[in-house]
Write a protein that binds this ligand. Structure first.
Ligand SMILES: CCCCCCCCCCCCCCCC(=O)SCCNC(=O)CCNC(=O)[C@H](O)C(C)(C)COP(=O)(O)OP(=O)(O)OC[C@H]1O[C@@H](n2cnc3c(N)ncnc32)[C@H](O)[C@@H]1OP(=O)(O)O
Length: 195
């Protein structure tokens, strides 16, 4: 399988199996350029209480359309989604490929925002009723190099009626902060659009 085919819905089961049964052997579907780094980082995230979410294509209701998600289906952004049951925080362990460029050699700020929005939205959607982003404030701290692994973390801060305030951070696996965001979500009054 080429890196372009390595969609999360296909990759997760391979990776989970690899972690459980074949720790020393990487799945062939994981492109070399980031598989070793994922292998290195994932156990640390599991130790922090996160578990890998799989079977995305089996989701029902508002999540049934997830395979068309702009970020998760992007051929140059590869994501493993993790969630911590304790507080509902979500992590996107992501590889950012070459065709997400803004400034030469670095990730487009819109792509950074999209990744943050998606991760934080996942935390919000998996923790409560459907809500949509109505405001997002991103602080860009350091440019994100292309062809690199990033960790995106999303968490709910506070829900009051139909409004939820949530936050997100994107950082290098060594902890250096790339960007952080505060978002406001609103649960729509009437219909629940499909995501
Ligand atoms: C194993 C499984 C793993 C699965 C893993 C999950 C993966 C799943 C990934 C999906 C990830 C998707 C990630 C995409 C996230 C987006 O990109 S969402 C798309 C972008 N956002 C939009 O398009 C939203 C557009 N806005 C709207 O449609 C409407 O504003 C809404 C949201 C429907 C709300 O409209 P409404 O129901 O009429 O609400 P309204 O009465 O206007 O406002 C309600 C309250 O909110 C306030 N409000 C509304 N807008 C604003 C605003 N912009 N600023 C401040 N306050 C506001 C109002 O002032 C009001 O306040 P109160 O008067 O009650 O105090």
């Amino acid at each position: 399988m080429s890196s372009v085919d390595a969609h999360p819905t296909i990759v997760y089961p391979h990776y989970v199996r690899a972690l459980d049964e074949e720790k020393a052997q990487l799945p062939s579907s994981f492109p070399r350029e980031y598989s070793e780094e994922f292998q290195h980082i994932l156990p640390k995230l599991l130790q922090r209480g996160f578990h890998i979410l799989t079977k995305l294509n089996n989701q029902k209701g508002n999540l049934s359309n997830i395979s068309k998600n702009f970020v998760l289906s992007h051929p140059h952004i590869h994501v493993v989604i993790l969630r911590r049951a304790l507080d509902g925080a979500v992590i996107y362990l992501a590889y950012v490929g070459s065709h997400v460029q803004g400034p030469s050699g670095f990730m487009h700020g819109g792509a950074t925002a999209a990744l943050l929005d998606d991760c934080v939205s996942s935390a919000v959607l998996l923790s409560g009723p459907f809500a949509m982003t109505v405001q997002m404030n991103v602080q860009y701290r350091k440019p994100v190099p292309l062809n690199s692994v990033v960790i995106v973390e999303g968490y709910v801060e506070q829900t009051n009626g139909r409004k939820t305030v949530a936050g997100g951070k994107m950082y290098h696996p060594d902890g250096a902060l790339y960007a952080e965001a505060t978002l406001l979500f609103v649960r729509p009054r009437l219909v629940e659009p499909k995501m």
